[in-house]
Ligand binder design. Structure first.
Ligand code: C2E
Ligand code: SIN
Ligand code: SIN
Ligand code: FE
Ligand code: FE
Length: 633
């Protein structure tokens, strides 16, 4: 035996011992097969333990003859494949143990050359635990996914470098925006498309802020649902970093806050409604002129209802007609000529049926008179008409028009009715005045006090003797009663008397308070005062009938008076009566241009002027009344 050979043998033995130890101690099952026959040459203790067969049941058997492998279709094929491929791997094979259980294994085979012999080494790893862990992970994934997908929010993840493309979005997104998560993940432009145009800039700025400052993203913004509806979302996200501290991905939630936002907007709107209503109240309380009030109220109608145009038609119960009262927002003036018969057309129907008439699309009613006559050139799309009802009576109709589609909700309709209620009150108040329903004494006396105060202020300016206006008013009233004027007419006479020289407001102090005679030019101005009165009072509807006295108190019976040179019966009776009283009071008072006359001189002057300046019949009556009064002094 030479040293070298025995050295080699020693080395071989050492190495064989080493490998045998590994083979015996390995924590994987190992089989050694003869590559030519497929006969099992060796099996390690771990595999014996794993499968429960004895060493004898393996050794000198073909692989597929061993019970554990017999059921595996592939084991023979695998062996054949091995001869060609020299390497084969099954990730997950179920092997049957001696006692009938299944063990999941990973099966890897390699062909080696040992000397001149080809052997196959099969490594068989029990993967039961790994599979259990995987299953547990799977179960946990499923659990969390279920959790995530049932939260009342949308959960999403985006790559850090691209906020608009998504890695994950939970299926609730469909309820929020109408697109499925699949659509959302496939079309990366959806988010930008769904963002409300007015919010894009804001959202992108905040996104970039989060990207750069790593501060959480927290924003409320608007999106458009697939069906076109507006959706408010509360979007909160954070940037999650990877192990190197680099931005890894966005992780966020989106909450549907549409209902809350709508509630907030509703509160805001209601506040505005309240403010508008109180403004409308103020208009009603401070304006006696119906058309002016209505026109001012319509400003609020347009603003609060967000409509393009509105009008108010007033019901004339004598004529059974709705007549133009006020308008706002119309392009043409044709609505001002509106005269709608009760029961006819939209407005007439509103008044007759005493209920809202809605025409959401005027186009659908092409034969309509409204379209042709009043609305040509207005381009209105929809119409809403509500009755104005006060004290159970229809006072008119409020009509609103819009040049695009309106989708009025309940709140809008309610507010339309509320405004209509207020307009009805305004109309009621003003109409009361116009017809001077004496039943409403309280209201009348409120106006009366105002006018009296007004006339006192006028006297002050005129430097007239204190109480001139009130005096002539009382005297005129007394004289008027002799002529059988009605109570209603007497109120007008009273107000006309109180305000008879209101036109002197338009005469400069230098002329009005001049101590001496007036020049021709000064007279020209002075003689305008009745016309100034007309201009001032004519727009005030409820004083229209009281205008006779301020306008005509300087007309003369013989036609030589001013401003119009009326004569005889052309001059309203109340003005003929008043003229005598006014001259009487002027003559018996101090004037800047002369001292007071005596009563006698004044009476004589009036008697002398009968048939020239004054109506003789009124002079007679004046003499009786004044004579009686003077007697009692
Ligand atoms: P008034 O002072 O209230 O007088 C009302 C009317 O009473 C006068 O209308 C006139 O018809 C009559 N009247 C008043 N004073 C006299 C008078 O001394 N003699 C005569 N014959 N009649 C008198 P009338 O004349 O149209 O005047 C309208 C207003 O013009 C007067 O209101 C007064 O404000 C102003 N006025 C008239 N004359 C003068 C004047 O000589 N000087 C100045 N500064 N103002 C005058
Ligand atoms: C999203 O809300 O869909 C993305 C938001 C973001 O990245 O900020
Ligand atoms: C209007 O001009 O508004 C009256 C016509 C109608 O309402 O039918
Ligand atoms: Fe006068
Ligand atoms: Fe006077």
């Amino acid at each position: 035996m030479n040293a070298t050979v025995s050295g080699i043998n020693n080395d071989l033995r050492d190495s064989e011992i080493r490998y045998r130890r590994l083979f015996e101690a390995a924590q994987d099952g190992i089989l050694i097969l003869d590559a030519k026959t497929g006969m099992i040459e060796d099996v390690n203790p771990y595999l014996i333990k794993m499968l429960g067969y004895s060493r004898e049941e393996f050794v000198k058997k073909k692989l597929w003859e061993v019970g554990a492998f017999r059921d595996i279709e592939s084991s023979k094929d695998a062996f054949e494949a091995l001869q060609v491929n020299e390497y084969i791997r099954y990730e997950d094979l179920p092997l049957k143990t001696k006692d009938g259980r299944f063990v999941d294994v990973e099966f890897v085979s390699n062909v080696y050359l040992v000397g001149y012999e080809k052997v196959i080494q099969c490594n068989i790893r029990d993967i039961t635990e790994r599979k259990q862990a995987e299953n547990a992970l799977q179960a946990s994934e499923t659990k969390f996914r279920r959790l995530v997908e049932h939260l009342p929010t949308v959960i999403y993840m985006n790559p850090a470098d691209d906020a608009s493309s998504m890695n994950y979005v939970s299926p609730q997104i469909q309820a929020l925006i109408g697109y499925t998560s699949e659509e959302w993940l496939t079309d990366q432009t959806l988010w930008m498309k769904a963002l409300h145009p007015e919010d894009i800039e804001h959202v992108l700025a905040q996104t970039s802020h989060t990207d750069h400052q790593s501060e959480p993203f927290d924003l409320e913004y608007r999106m458009t649902h697939r069906d076109g509806q507006l959706v408010w979302v509360h979007d909160q996200a954070i940037l999650v970093n990877d192990r190197e501290g680099k931005h890894h991905y966005w992780q966020g939630i989106m909450l549907d806050i549409t209902a809350r936002k709508q509630a907030e907007e509703k509160i805001q709107r209601q506040l505005e409604h309240l403010i508008a209503l109180s403004a409308v109240d103020r208009i009603i309380a401070s304006n006696f002129d119906l058309k002016l009030s209505l026109s001012e109220i319509l400003v609020y109608v347009l603003k609060e209802l967000r409509v393009d145009a509105a009008d108010i038609l007033i019901f004339d119960s004598n004529m059974q007609m709705l007549e133009y009262g006020a308008e706002r927002g119309f392009r043409t003036k044709s609505v001002r000529k509106a005269q709608v018969r009760f029961g006819e057309s939209y407005a007439g129907r509103v008044a007759l049926e005493r209920q809202l008439v809605q025409i959401p699309n005027i186009e659908d009613e092409p034969d309509n008179l409204l379209l042709k006559k009043f609305l040509a050139g207005e381009d209105f799309v929809c119409y809403y008409g509500v009755p104005l009802i006060a004290k159970g009576q229809v006072k008119g109709v409020l009509e609103v028009f819009h040049r695009s589609k309106l989708n009025p909700d309940e709140e809008w309709i309610d507010f339309l009715h509320t405004l209509a209620g207020q307009v009805a009150i305004a109309a009621e108040n003003a109409l009361l005045f116009e017809s001077l329903q004496r039943s409403n004494l309280e209201l009348t006396s409120a106006y009366d006090a105002t006018i009296e105060g007004w006339s006192r202020a006028l006297d002050l300016r005129d430097k007239e003797t204190e109480g001139h206006s009130l005096r002539v008013t009382e005297m005129t009233g007394e004289l008027s009663r002799v002529f059988g004027l009605s109570d209603m007419e007497l109120v007008q006479v009273r107000w006309g008397s109180l305000l008879h020289d209101i036109g002197k407001m338009g005469v400069p102090d230098a002329i009005l308070l001049k101590p001496g005679a007036l020049t021709e030019d000064e007279w020209t101005v002075m003689k305008k005062h009745p016309f100034f009165a007309y201009e001032m009072l004519a727009p005030i509807r409820y004083l229209r009938q009281a205008l006779d006295i301020p306008y005509c108190h300087h007309e003369k019976w013989d036609g030589t008076g001013y401003p119009r040179g009326l004569s005889g019966d052309q001059i309203p009776l109340s003005a003929r009566i008043f003229a005598i009283v006014d001259v009487w009071d002027a003559l018996t008072s101090d004037r800047p241009y002369r001292p007071a006359w005596t009563d006698n001189d004044a009476l004589n002057y009036i008697l002398m002027s009968s048939g020239t300046h004054f109506d003789p019949q009124v002079v007679d009556s004046f003499m009786q009344v004044t004579g009686r009064n003077l007697m009692t002094l």
